[in-house]
Ligand binder design. Structure first.
Ligand SMILES: Cc1cc2nc3c(=O)[nH]c(=O)nc-3n(C[C@H](O)[C@H](O)[C@H](O)COP(=O)(O)OP(=O)(O)OC[C@H]3O[C@@H](n4cnc5c(N)ncnc54)[C@H](O)[C@@H]3O)c2cc1C
Length: 405
């Protein structure tokens, strides 16, 4: 028996901490881990760095950029990507934060904006460079907004003493009536209070319609002039050619599976994680696109594949909801466990412990822990480096702002 893992990256990326890379709190290397190292030592395991292009279900072949691979059993776990809901302007001019390169782009852009703000004597342009718009009030948007607010308060005045950084604005825009909509009302309210205390402008019931690189327009009278729009308002499953039959494909590219993760109509093709939609009584639209369902599904399917090969019956998947959490900043987090809810300092320690526990690699845990202790004591984030400058497509910012004013 051979187990072949194909991935277009040679590393595992711990997505919950991407916002800390974007805001200079952590180095990217500390939240990534080589796939070969995770699985080394298994004699029948093979890794190939390859991008999957098409799956030919009839001939049982996976077509990749490095050639074709035959399979007896196939597991699709390709995860998700940013969903711009067809808005090409936002996709081209806005920033996403789903991968390490994207987080590094955002880190560079934030820092470049402040460097540029120092150079312009046009107040209008300066404000736009220091005006940040984050679209999406889920955990990603909330965590990023909180981190930016802390940078504004603790770091910018020291780094840019010759710039009036009090004018910097962090706007979090949520289309619904509360932020963190997947969490309890108590967690949403507390998170909003935490953000407001940090000086974040929380806008609710507003939908962003468009962005031309300078101006963010919404479905209301409110608009924002901003050189940075971060889109954290949606994800969709990674679509893979060949797995797009009507009975399989659901909303947001997810693949309909039964309780054994088998794709509708197939006995030997499985899907797990963000890409899979297992409709149950408790989760009629599939499980949440989060780490716990993905981890639990991976474990269940691993056991089931061994059982299948041994000729034993497979065990149906049952999701155990262990709760959810989000951090807003220093000493500020919200935690919803199945039986308890709490917010504040203790929640923040729980958040840190859980994230350290799930981070892959002993070295990464040590590095992240030391960074967090250092940042806590020193009120600092020292990875604010423009290593790989980011060129935003907003040439003529000054001209456009002038025209609009
Ligand atoms: C910014 C951010 C913050 C998050 N925070 C949290 C959180 O706090 N808590 C939580 O529970 N969840 C969080 N999530 C969601 C969580 O990370 C995902 O639900 C989880 O990673 C899904 O696991 P997966 O195995 O399905 O996909 P992934 O972990 O995304 O893995 C998919 C893999 O497939 C590879 N791949 C994709 N397409 C191809 C292709 N065509 N060919 C080859 N390889 C391919 C990718 O390189 C990747 O390695 C967050 C996500 C983001 C983006």
């Amino acid at each position: 028996m051979q187990v072949v893992l194909l991935d277009k990256h040679n590393y595992h990326n711990f997505q919950p901490l991407l916002y800390q890379v974007s805001t200079g709190g952590l180095e990217p290397d500390s939240i990534a881990y080589p796939i070969r190292k995770v699985l080394q030592g298994y004699p029948n395991f093979y890794f190939r760095l390859a991008k999957v292009m098409t799956i030919d279900t009839a001939s049982r072949k996976v077509k990749t950029n490095i050639g074709e691979i035959n399979f007896d059993y196939l597991v699709v776990a390709a995860g998700s990507e940013t969903n711009f809901f067809g808005n090409e302007n936002i996709e081209a001019k806005g920033m996403a934060m789903k991968t390490i390169p994207q987080s590094l782009n955002l880190r560079s852009l934030i820092l470049e904006n402040f460097e540029q703000a120092l150079l312009t004597d046009d107040l209008h342009e300066r404000d736009a460079l220091m005006n940040f718009v984050i679209v999406g009030g889920g955990p990603t948007g909330v965590e990023l907004a909180g981190a930016l607010a802390e940078i504004k308060k603790g770091i910018l005045p020291k780094d840019y003493p010759d710039l009036d950084t009090r004018r910097a604005q962090i706007n979090l825009i949520q289309s619904g009536e509360r932020i963190l909509p997947a969490m309890s009302g108590q967690a949403s309210r507390k998170a909003e209070q935490f953000l407001e205390r940090l000086g974040v402008n929380v806008w609710k019931n507003i939908r962003v319609n468009d962005y031309d690189g300078n101006k963010v327009t919404t479905n209301t009278e409110t608009s924002f002039e901003s050189a940075t729009l971060v889109w954290a308002a949606g994800v969709q499953a990674v679509g893979i050619k060949g797995l797009d039959a009507k009975e399989v494909l659901c909303r947001g590219n997810r693949l309909r599976v039964n309780q054994f993760h088998q794709l509708e109509g197939f006995k030997n093709i499985f899907a797990i994680g963000d890409v899979a939609q297992m409709e149950t009584e408790d989760f009629p639209h599939g499980h949440p696109m989060m780490a716990q369902p993905a981890i639990q599904q991976g474990r269940n399917l691993g056991d089931n594949l061994v059982r299948l090969i041994d000729g034993k019956p497979m065990k149906p998947f049952v999701y155990k909801d262990k709760g959810s959490m989000a951090t807003i900043g220093r000493n500020k987090a919200v935690v919803d466990l199945p039986k308890f809810r709490f917010q504040g300092v203790f929640a923040w320690f729980v958040w840190m412990f859980v994230h350290l526990y799930f981070l892959i690699g002993f070295r990464n845990r040590v590095v992240v822990f030391i960074n967090w202790v250092y940042n806590y004591i020193r009120f600092d984030r020292e990875a604010r480096l423009i290593i790989r400058p980011y060129k935003k497509q907003n040439q003529g910012l000054k001209n456009q702002l002038k025209k609009g004013s």
